[in-house]
Design a binder for this molecule. Structure first.
Ligand code: PLP
Length: 351
C-alpha cells in the first residue's frame, strides 16, 4: 500500500531506533532526563525562545500553550479550519473553559482585517474579552499552506496594539522553514508560544515541544502533569526527536517535490480539482465538487489499487507525501488516481 493519508504514518528507521536504544535516561518528572533537557533547550534556542517543554503529542503542546495564555471565560480567535478547533476534541471548551471565534482564510491563511474586526476589548461588561490569536503554519486542512511573512509580521502588530498573545501551531513549521528558507527563529520570535511536532514529516514515532518564556513554560509544565503528561524515562523518545531534527529536516524538500509531482499529474484532469500552484509544501487537497466521484468512493477505489488517501469531507480528499513514500511510489499513486478519476464511479459510488 502506498500510504498517502498523512505524514504521521512514518515509522522510525534503523538509525533512529539505534539513537533511541543508546539514549541515556533519567526521571523527567524530577527534571533529570538528560536527553529531554537537551532537546527542550535546543528547540527553544532554534525558535528564539527561553525555554521548552517536551509533550507526548502536538495536541497537548497546543493545549498547554493555550492554557497558560488564555484565561478561562475569555476567547481565542482562530481560523475556521484550524487543527486546534477541528481536531483537538473540543479541549479548549471541554477542559479549559475557553470560547473561540473564527475567521475564514483562503486555504487557512491569515486575514488581518477580519481578525482585527473581531477583537473584543478587555474588561467589557458586554462582550467576552479576546485574549489571544492562534495561527497555523503550515496550515493542514488548508492544504499545507505557508502563511505569508508580511501577514505574520502584520498580525504581530495587531496583537501588540490590542495587548493579545499570539500562539503558533507549528506542527509543520519545519515544512514552511524548508520551503521558504526563513530561519526558524524568525518565525518563532513573532509568537508568544509555539508548538512543533516531531511525529509528522520528521519521522519520529511521537513527541512535540512547546516553547515560550521561562515563566510560561513552568506553568505549562504544571498543566502537562495535570493532564496526565508527567513522563519518566522519556529520553528514548527525545532521542528520536533529536535524531529527526539532526538528520531528517532537510529531506522535507523531497516531500515537497513529490507533492508537486502528484499535483501536476492530477492538475491535468479537471475532475481532480487540484491546482498545482496551490500546493506549497507536502499536502495536496482534491476538491471533487466538479467530479462524479465522492471522496469516499475515490478513497475506496484507490485503496483497492494500493493507494491510501484521506477522506476529509464529502468532496474533499487529501494526499500527504512523507519520507516513507519514494518518488517512484508517488508517480505510481498519481497514475492510479488519474486512472480512477478518468472513469465513472460504479453503482452508488458517486455523490
Ligand atoms: C498533527 C497536528 C497537530 C498535533 O497532532 P497530534 O496528533 O496530537 O500530534 C497539531 N496541529 C496540526 C496543524 C497538526 O497537523
Amino acid at each position: 500500500m502506498i500510504d498517502l493519508r498523512s505524514d504521521t504514518v512514518t515509522v522510525p528507521d534503523a538509525a533512529m531506533r539505534q539513537a533511541m536504544a543508546a539514549a541515556p535516561v533519567g526521571d523527567d518528572v524530577y527534571g533529570e532526563d538528560p536527553g529531554v533537557n537537551t532537546l527542550q533547550e535546543k528547540v527553544a534556542d532554534l525558535l528564539g525562545h527561553e525555554a521548552g517543554l517536551f509533550t507526548p503529542s502536538g495536541t497537548m503542546a497546543n493545549q498547554v500553550g493555550l492554557a497558560v495564555s488564555v484565561t478561562p471565560g475569555t476567547e481565542l480567535l482562530a481560523e475556521q479550519t484550524a487543527h486546534i478547533l477541528r481536531a483537538e476534541m473540543g479541549a479548549l471548551a471541554a477542559v479549559f473553559g475557553v470560547t473561540t471565534r473564527t475567521w475564514r482564510g483562503e486555504r487557512g491563511r491569515i486575514d488581518r482585517e477580519a481578525i482585527e474586526a473581531q477583537i473584543a476589548p478587555a474588561y467589557s461588561p458586554f462582550l467576552v474579552s479576546t485574549s489571544a490569536i492562534a495561527v497555523e503554519n503550515t496550515h493542514n486542512f488548508g492544504g499545507g499552506t505557508i502563511q505569508h511573512w508580511d501577514d505574520l509580521v502584520g498580525l504581530r502588530h495587531v496583537a501588540d496594539k490590542h495587548g493579545l498573545l499570539l500562539h503558533l501551531d507549528g506542527a509543520r513549521l519545519w515544512n514552511a522553514h524548508v520551503a521558504t528558507g526563513i530561519p526558524l527563529s524568525d518565525y518563532g520570535r513573532l509568537f508568544d508560544t509555539v508548538s512543533v511536532c516531531f511525529s509528522k514529516g520528521l519521522g519520529a514515532p511521537v513527541g512535540s515541544v512547546l516553547v515560550s518564556s521561562r515563566e510560561r513554560i513552568a506553568a505549562a509544565r504544571v498543566w502537562r502533569k495535570r493532564l496526565g503528561g508527567g513522563m519518566r524515562q522519556v529520553g528514548v523518545l527525545a532521542a528520536a526527536a533529536e535524531h529527526a531534527l539532526e538528520h531528517n529536516l532537510a529531506d522535507l524538500t523531497t516531500d515537497h517535490d513529490n507533492a508537486q509531482h502528484l499535483a501536476r499529474a492530477l492538475g491535468g484532469i479537471p475532475a481532480a480539482g487540484v491546482d498545482p500552484t496551490n500546493v506549497d509544501t507536502n499536502i495536496v487537497v482534491l476538491d471533487l465538487g466538479l467530479s462524479p466521484w465522492s471522496a469516499a468512493a475515490l478513497g475506496g477505489a484507490a485503496a483497492q489499487r494500493g493507494v491510501a488517501v484521506s477522506v476529509l469531507g464529502p468532496d474533499t480528499a487529501r494526499l500527504v507525501t512523507h519520507r516513507d513514500v519514494s518518488t517512484a511510489d508517488v508517480e505510481r499513486a498519481g497514475e492510479v488516481l488519474v486512472d480512477v478519476l478518468s472513469q465513472e464511479p460504479l453503482g452508488s459510488g458517486g455523490h
